[in-house]
Design a protein around this ligand. Sequence first.
Ligand code: MG
Ligand code: MG
Length: 249
Amino acid sequence: MIKLKNDDQIEGIRASGRILSEIMKELKSQVYPGITTAELDRTARKLIERLGGRAAFLGYMGFPAAICTSVNEAVIHGIPNGRKLRSGDIVSIDCGIEHEGYYADAAVTLPVGTVSPEIGRLLEVTHQSLYLGIEQAKAGNRVNDISRAIYRCVKSRGYGVVRPYCGHGVGLAIHEDPQIPNYVGSGKNPRLKPGMVVAIEPMVNLGGDDVLLLDDEWTVVSGDRSISAHFEHTVAILDHGPEILTPWE
Ligand code: MG
Ligand code: MG
């Protein structure tokens, strides 16, 4: 069931999104060759505590960290660890915050040092596809309008689109209805209404569409081990159009 949010609730999610944006901006500035994803997780936990939120992912279905850190061929749900990032890597940082009962969710994929032009383009196009999806997040459209905008952008460059994982409603919980796929399927295709809050999150592979779950039972990697990018914003659908509630840029 899709839960529409009233103005007070949207203001609460907006406040949560502001905290999350601060955290993401700080984490972005700390990605450089030699740092480990475990250090990024420690920084995230300190920031979340200082800013007065709660890490929504920590303990969620047993997840052991405050952020997901997915390096190179990892798509999503990577567990922070002690491996040092190297120049040429990319790392997706995904974080969810709860503040006074309201949830926000965001992700960014960052280059570490200098990446190849091919990987740089993957990051640009995936980020662009997120914005094309957000443009369609307006009352009167349907979920598939968001999905189609993302899919067309990504496929026009020949990239793979991850299908088993997708965006979602968010706000009163970290995952709510509806699902927001990054492709146009035959599933539910609800109409978008003012008061809906959704996390839009394209996951894009340099190679094919397929993904695999690693033995840690969390990390999702591209099936062909090609490099994978992921960007996410929490977006409110309002009378006058979409509002990004996690402006981490
Ligand atoms: Mg999400
Ligand atoms: Mg997320």
